[in-house]
Design a protein around this ligand. Structure first.
Ligand code: GDP
Ligand code: MG
Length: 625
């Protein structure tokens, strides 16, 4: 016998642990992420829900009255507290005022309902949480829901669609797979037409998680009909039916306490239907035992899947949080530090892409690397000019005209500097537009590169992007202008100062005499030979210039526009940021949408992780998958 009691108390101990652990998870707020096992009390108005709950708890504490008294879900957590000297209730875990007077608890329920749902007969979703500690009550958690109400209370301000509202609220609870539905149905109605049962079956199609309390059995004869219901023959439910007898209106009016009511209930069944008690089909106590067992079994079997869901949710939120990046600091100094860090990252990326090094930053499209694009431009810039028919540009007529027009200060027959310049000009002219086109094309690529990298690195700080972009492009533009000046200068130098140390040229044309081997036809006059010689000299000299510029122009662009744009980028940006300090810190605010999203993720993760930790700490014989 002693062994049996010991086993039983161990079982209760375990049940209590399951139930209280889930209650704790609910306190963390886990219910809004994962549906947790619970019992929801469902029934039509006046079916006897409040009376039944009081019988279960063992005390009078629920508001009574006309119409809908329960106007918001009441989460009732019953703790079988052996050490509690006297029973007490606590409304909020965070302000644990122990209320020992159950009349006060009743008042407080009314007060807190009025406070949140208004004094009118409004109904709200937000549950009230009441924990009751007592030696006499079982370990059980139930949610008392507003009764399904068909007709609004007259002149109460209740809307006409009160049935829809109350039904929706109930559906909210019973549609969740881990909720056990406790249907409260009067015994004196036809069970197959019961609205509560019908609603429960709609969401629990196979009756897998519904149990029914048949109330008011004292008001009907327990004939064959009731027996077949209790035997689960009418509407089959996995957890079956239990008949109860609560206090009737007269007993309540006479202030018969719940404890006395329970005695009367026991006596009623013992006297009239002892076999129902023996079969475990009648009495509040029998119902309570069944509920505790069902709930703890339900919790036990749900725990592995709850843990699985918890882990999945944690993964989900962590991923989301990562995608939002690290939060920005509060202080201005720290904000600037963040910006400087991002700027350094930008500069590194910019210079590696120009140098043609590998970068981790993902390219938006599979474009050719910037360094390759630029190289191609540099190599190809004067390609077409190689084909230039220099001879055709230096016609006899042009050479003669140049002599006539530009030899004024020199002795006729002696070529002057101006003549040479005049003849070189059209050849060089071809290179000028190509050079400035090259500067522009390279600048365009750099501009695009700057924008692309800024877009990625400053993605989280859209307000800052324009300022940073402006600073970076200012630097690139300055380099562009310097490069343009340099290129301009190189071309001007070629035209403005004739000089070469080219040995081949000097060997051929270093003397004033025409080359001997030049074939001058009989018909050609001496002056024609001279024209030919001059053409040859201009042409050869131009080829030297051409080769020079073909290298020096790309080199200057490479050095000044490309090279300096990245070597000077960091200094320029840091200086710019320092100058624009206040503007930058002001625009350094992440958009509200990102801030809120991050906050939500963080708070969700806090909840989910505490819950997972809690479950891992508890020794609940979890089958951890
Ligand atoms: P609720 O609206 O579902 O909460 O119903 P109540 O618990 O307020 O009960 C409505 C009325 O039915 C009250 O007057 C109760 O006294 C009465 N009542 C509830 N259960 C029983 C019962 O088992 N037997 C009798 N005779 N009356 C009951
Ligand atoms: Mg009620």
């Amino acid at each position: 016998m002693a062994k049996v009691t010991e086993e039983k108390s161990l079982l209760y101990e375990k049940m209590r642990k399951f139930i209280s652990t889930i209650d704790e998870l609910r306190d963390y707020g886990l219910q809004s992420f994962i549906s947790l096992p619970r019992i929801a009390v469902v029934g039509l108005q006046s079916a006897g829900k409040s009376s039944l709950l009081e019988s279960i708890v063992g005390y009078d504490f629920l508001p009574r009255g006309e119409g809908i008294v329960t106007r918001r879900p009441l989460e009732l957590r019953l703790i079988h507290a052996i050490s509690a000297e006297e029973p007490y209730g606590v409304f909020d875990k965070h302000s644990p005022e122990k209320i020992t007077d159950f009349q006060k608890i009743r008042q407080k329920i009314v007060e807190l309902t009025d406070l949140d749902a208004g004094k009118n007969k409004g109904i709200i979703n937000n549950p009230l949480i009441l924990t009751i500690y007592s030696k006499n009550c079982p370990d059980l958690s139930l949610v008392d829901l507003p009764g399904i109400t068909k007709i609004p209370v007259k002149d109460s301000g209740q809307p006409d669609n009160i049935e829809e509202i109350t039904t929706d609220l109930v559906v909210n609870y019973i549609s969740e797979k881990r909720t056990i539905i406790l249907c409260t149905v009067q015994a004196n109605i036809d069970i197959t037409t019961s609205d509560a049962i019908k609603l429960a079956r709609k969401y629990d199609i196979d009756g897998e998680r519904t149990i029914c309390a048949l109330t008011k059995v004292d008001l009907t004869d327990i004939g064959a009909n009731i027996r077949s219901i209790l035997n689960n023959e009418e509407v089959a439910l996995k957890y079956g039916y239990v008949a109860v007898k609560n206090r009737g209106p007269k007993e309540i009016a006479d202030n018969v306490p719940v404890s006395k009511g329970l005695e009367l209930e026991n006596k009623f069944f013992r006297d009239k239907y002892p076999e129902l008690i023996d079969q475990g089909l009648a009495g509040t106590k029998c119902l309570v035992d069944r509920l505790s067992l069902i709930l703890s079994k339900n919790i036990q079997s749900s725990l592995p899947s709850i843990i699985k869901e918890l882990r999945e949710k944690i993964d989900e939120y962590e991923q989301e949080l990562r995608s939002l990046g690290t939060p920005l600091p509060e202080s201005n100094e720290e904000k600037i530090q963040v910006v400087l860090g991002l700027l350094t990252e930008f500069c590194n990326n910019y210079s590696t892409s120009l140098k043609g090094k590998y970068t981790k930053l993902k390219k938006s499209n599979e474009k050719e690397p910037v360094s390759v694009q630029v190289r191609r431009l540099l190599i190809n810039v004067f390609k077409e000019l190689e084909e230039t028919k220099v001879d055709s540009l230096l016609s006899d007529k042009l050479i003669r005209a140049a002599f006539v027009n530009y030899s004024s200060s020199s002795l006729p027959g002696f070529p002057s500097f101006s003549v040479f310049q005049k003849l070189l000009q059209p050849l060089l002219n071809n290179m000028i537009p190509k050079s400035s086109e090259l500067v522009d094309s390279v600048y365009f690529i750099l501009e695009q590169t700057v924008q692309e990298i800024i877009d990625k690195i400053f993605m989280r700080l859209p307000d800052l992007k324009p300022t940073i972009c402006e600073l970076a492009l200012k630097n690139v533009l300055r380099c562009r202008n310097n490069a343009e000046k340099m290129v301009d200068c190189l071309i001007k130098a070629e035209l403005g100062y004739l000089y070469t140390a080219d040995e081949q040229y000097l060997g051929l044309h270093g003397s004033i005499l025409p080359i001997q081997h030049l074939n001058v036809n009989e018909d050609n006059k001496m002056s024609d030979a001279f024209v030919i010689e001059i053409r040859e000299r201009v042409k050869n000299y131009f080829m030297i210039i051409y080769r020079n510029l073909r290298d020096t122009i790309p080199k200057s662009i490479g050095h000044i526009l490309i090279g300096e744009s990245y070597t000077k980028m960091q200094v320029e940006l840091f200086e710019g940021v320092n100058k624009e300090n206040s503007l930058i810190t002001k625009s350094l605010e992440e958009p509200d949408i990102i801030l809120n999203q991050r906050k939500q993720c963080q708070s969700a993760l806090r909840i989910l992780k505490s819950c997972l930790k809690k479950l891992q700490e508890e020794d609940l014989l979890l089958e951890d998958d």
